[in-house]
Design a protein around this ligand. Structure first.
Ligand SMILES: [Zn+2]
Length: 268
């Protein structure tokens, strides 16, 4: 492990003597980093399975290869999220060329992801699933409101794609999804579900989990009355506080602790 990057060290601030703070790993070799990304991806699928985000064969998480920036790792089509191991993952490029693996890729996953990864070089990972509350909320065609501290993470930082035309199978549709995502951390695909991106698998998965929860909170709040949102200035400050790279990574730690302890075979 190398020393922390200066920006991250500044974000952590002074750590009292004798206190050990969990920190994101830094890698010496591309092979180490690839292995880590694949293990994180397998763990992400196991978590999605535990959260009940799977719906048949729908849903996918991807992570860019650390060496081949035009290629990304994704789940083999049709394999249960609950069973995915690091060795099951397949590597494809933006043109659909298969570099690693012996299973087909979900065509819809490839079309969306290739355009999102191409349009957003900073998006190392992306997550999408047909989760219950995300899909229900998506039918409203409205953005998430800053009605809770957690929902502030998405305040003025997610788009809405409202041009649903059936299962995504055309590159042009992937381009439109990428355009709706813009520079945001997430996009609500109307009548379809949520899509989140991040600088790591942990970040993309965390944004998906907490966005799904924010949808789950806003739906009953709207059904019960008229939610009173947090004011814009406070919402923006809160978004900044929960949105630092370390905060994003740290928020996801309990999930990773849980899944790596319960599912040690995911790294196989
Ligand atoms: Zn979908």
């Amino acid at each position: 492990m190398k020393a922390l990057p200066p920006a991250l060290a500044a974000a952590v601030g002074p750590v009292p003597e004798g206190v050990t703070l969990p920190l994101p790993p830094v890698f010496d070799t591309v092979e180490e980093e690839r292995r880590h990304r694949k293990e994180q991806l397998a763990a992400g699928f196991r978590l999605f399975g535990r959260f009940g985000f799977s719906e048949g064969v729908a849903g996918h998480i991807t992570v860019r290869d650390p060496e081949r920036q035009d290629a990304f790792w994704v789940n083999p089509f049709g394999r249960s999220f609950h069973r995915i191991k690091a060795s099951d993952l397949i590597l494809v490029d933006h043109e659909g060329t298969l570099f690693h693996g012996d299973r087909p890729v979900n065509r819809a996953a490839f079309v969306i992801r290739s355009q999102v990864h191409a349009a957003r070089p900073d998006a190392v990972a992306a997550a999408h699933a047909h989760s219950l509350h995300g899909t229900a909320f998506s039918s409203l065609g409205i953005p998430l409101d800053p009605i809770t501290q957690d929902a502030c993470a998405f305040f003025e930082d997610h788009g809405i794609y409202d041009d649903y035309r059936g299962v995504v199978n055309e590159r042009e549709e992937g381009e439109r999804v990428a355009k709706a995502l813009g520079s945001y951390k997430a996009v609500i695909l109307k009548n379809h579900g949520l899509l989140t991106v991040g600088h790591s698998v942990a970040e993309a998965v965390w944004w998906f989990v907490t966005m799904e929860r924010s949808c789950q909170a806003q739906l009953p709040a709207m059904a019960a009355g008229t939610p009173r949102p947090i004011d814009r200035e406070t919402a923006l400050i809160t978004r900044g506080q929960v949105g630092t790279p370390l905060a994003r990574w740290f928020q996801a730690r309990p999930l990773w602790d849980r899944i790596t302890a319960s599912d040690p075979d995911l790294v196989d």
